[in-house]
Design a protein around this ligand. Structure first.
Ligand code: MSP
Length: 644
């Protein structure tokens, strides 16, 4: 019988920088799910990859002084390296700069345009550069992006739009008739109530303000909106082509599940299904919006300096320990937390004490008392039934938890069997049985039961900690590792011989390890910079890039009553909104000298109140000798131009 196909995907990571352990959680989770389904007998296709276009990436490349392609090649390599380091078994790694993907996206765009689902219009509203999103006046009422909270700028441009409004009703019906489509329930409610029911506005699906994207095939000045490009990866990876798709597509689409973070559920449950509806293709069966991994209680961010990377953790604890932590600690609906302290605690408790000791003690006893071969498996006694039923019920319990994406519960079902097995050792006291020659068969059966329980554990742990599972199979001397072999207890034959014991996880001395981590972090801090000018540290280009300099025309200027030194300037910085700046230049300039001049404004300076005036920025001036200040004036530069 041919195997049932199962198609599972992660979000594709932005190549704007090295991914942190939160991003890595998603691929590990997806890998564990994919491995579990393979073990169940599905024909799995597991897709991951990188999202490589967009303004943010274009800007980053510029900052780094390389071409966007050079930039994304490097980061995509790093991302793939981390996926491999974490031992993830993706079947395909797609990059949105792959030629076949770009061509297919252009065809998709063209098809939607030709059939009237994409149309050309003009956008006027507010634009959030980091999110590459347009917002209406109401959505960005406080001048901030509703998604990321950063400042938006007024923008107007010719653009293409996708008719979301046309499909709103159908989408709503689909979500209601397919209660499993958006998971968990809380995210479904959020999508329906906060986004879909209030009314979908047509989506702007092209950009003309930057170049690093897939060109609109029939209109040179525009690139395709990064989300249309990125979302399409799920079908282009399978060889989707509007003119006739390949075999992989026919076999695996629609996806069984898209695994994505909670922040991007909206894109996957509104834009993506509507795009597919317009293409006349079936919708994915499920979108699971997983929660986020926090550092302690905080969001991970470079500026907070609390970012942790997978490679750092792997170098300290090993790949399986990192996988184990991520899979056992992350709840399925609420955010999870990572600290070095909780990491070490979980490692010591679950991996070193519960699992490691169990395997080590059992294999050592089998060798010590029987030279490794267990002659009898049928001398039943007290506690056997309980152990056996715990082993047998771990299989459906883990399966149910995985079906519901409760991975941490799935792991704890398995660890419960390890706990029960340790208890069985305490109850049956093999070392006492060993002293009594008449108990040889019973001792052999006890050890057999333990080895068989450990085999159950190893089979179930394969999707979670695959390398460790393999080591356990070697130590207990079997390669009977299939899911089907767990249908009954006792698949190992009588007379089974175990291998040799060797510790799986060495216990960690928490204090010592935490001190080592602190030491590493100290060593990784940037060395104090040499100071070429006394008092002034050198900065990197990335520090300079944080300062936003904008050409601004002075449209009005007046003295500030409460401060003789200040002039209050009203600037046109091209955003469409007047900007007020207070500047201490009254000694050198009269208002009429300044009105009409174009100056350099530091436009992302935090606003400050100076003598009753809220100053929204600062203009640049030069000290030209003692008590002489000259404002930098620009000639022939339009208001709003960015200065770099
Ligand atoms: N490129 C888009 C996805 C396009 S999918 C067609 C993107 N990239 S991302 O690099 O920002 O995020 C990749 C995934 O990591 C997303 O699913 C995101 O939700 C997830 N995570 C980002 N930070 C995370 C945590 N702190 N914890 C868990 N997942 C996190 O979004």
């Amino acid at each position: 019988m041919s195997k049932k196909p199962y198609y599972i995907t992660t979000a594709i990571a932005y190549t704007s920088g090295k991914p942190h352990i939160g991003n890595s959680y998603e691929i590990v989770l997806t890998d564990a799910l994919a491995r579990f389904r393979r073990m169940q007998g599905y024909d799995v296709f597991f897709l991951t990859g990188t999202d490589e276009h967009g303004q943010k990436i274009e800007d980053k490349a510029k900052e780094a002084g390389v071409s966007p392609k050079e930039f994304v090649d490097k980061v995509a390599g790093e991302i793939r390296g981390i996926c491999d380091l974490l031992n993830t078994t993706y079947d395909k790694f797609i990059r949105t700069t792959d030629d076949y993907h770009e061509k297919a996206v252009q065809k998709i765009f063209k098809k939607l345009y030709e059939q009237g689902d994409i149309y050309k219009g003009e956008y006027e509203g507010y634009y959030c550069k980091p999110c590459e999103s347009f917002w209406t006046e109401t959505q960005a009422a406080d001048g901030k992006c509703p998604d990321c909270g950063r400042e938006v700028t007024r923008a107007r441009e010719e653009a293409y739009f996708l008719k979301l409004s046309k499909y709103q009703k159908r989408l709503e019906e689909h979500i209601e008739q397919n209660p499993d489509f958006i998971y968990p329930e809380s995210r479904k409610k959020e999508m329906l109530n906060n986004f879909i029911k209030p009314g979908l506005q047509d989506l702007c699906v092209s950009r003309s303000s930057f170049k690093w994207g897939i060109p609109v095939p029939f209109d040179d000045g525009h690139v395709i909106y990064v989300w249309i490009d990125a979302l399409s990866n799920y079908i282009t990876a399978l060889g989707y082509d509007p003119d006739g798709s390949g075999e992989l597509y026919k076999k695996y689409w629609p996806a069984d599940v898209h695994i994505v973070g909670k922040d991007i559920v909206r894109f996957h449950t509104i834009y993506w299904p509507i795009t597919l509806m317009a293409l006349g293709e079936p919708l994915p069966k499920k979108v699971y919006g997983h929660p986020w991994l926090l550092i302690g209680m905080d969001k991970m961010s470079k500026s907070r300096g609390n970012t942790i990377y997978a490679d750092e953790l792997v170098s300290l604890f090993g790949t399986d320990a990192v996988r184990y932590y991520l899979l056992s600690e992350m709840p399925h609906a609420n955010d999870g937390s990572l600290t070095y302290e909780t990491f070490i605690e979980r490692y010591n408790t679950d991996l070193a004490n519960i699992l490691g000791n169990l395997v080590n003690r059992t294999v050592a006893m089998a060798n010590k008392y029987f030279g490794g071969s267990l002659p009898c498996k049928t001398c039943r006694g007290d506690f056997d039934d309980e152990l056996i039923s715990t082993a047998l019920q771990a299989v459906p319990a883990m399966t149910k938890a995985i079906d519901e994406f409760r991975m941490a519960d799935a792991v704890s079902e398995v660890i419960a069997l390890a706990r029960r097995s340790n208890k069985y050792i305490d109850e049956t006291l093999p070392w006492a049985l060993a002293k009594d020659e008449s108990q040889r068969d019973r001792l052999s059966t006890v050890l057999y039961n333990l080895v068989e329980s450990i085999r159950f554990l190893a089979v179930l742990l394969q999707p979670i900690i695959p390398e460790t599972a393999e080591k356990i199979f070697a130590q207990i001397g079997t390669d009977l590792n299939s899911f089907d072999s767990l249908a009954s207890f006792g698949a190992l034959p009588e007379g089974h011989t175990v291998g040799t014991a060797s510790p799986l996880f060495a216990r960690i001395d928490a204090e010592k390890m935490l001190a080592e981590i602190a030491e590493r972090h100290k060593a990784a801090e940037p060395a104090p910079v040499k100071e070429p000018v006394p008092g002034l540290a050198q900065i990197g280009i990335e520090d300079f890039a944080k300062v936003e300099l904008t050409a601004a025309k002075i449209v009005d200027c007046e003295p500030v009553k409460r401060a003789k030194k200040l002039l209050c300037l009203t600037l046109d910085d091209g955003s469409g909104k007047p900007r007020t700046v207070a500047s201490g230049i009254a000694k050198w300039y009269k208002p009429e000298d300044l009105i009409g001049k174009t100056v350099v404004c530091v436009s992302n300076l935090k606003p400050a109140v100076l003598c009753g005036v809220e100053s929204q920025g600062m203009i640049l001036a030069a000290d030209c000798g003692e008590d002489d200040v000259k404002v930098l004036m620009l000639d022939g530069v339009p208001a709003g131009a960015k200065i770099r």
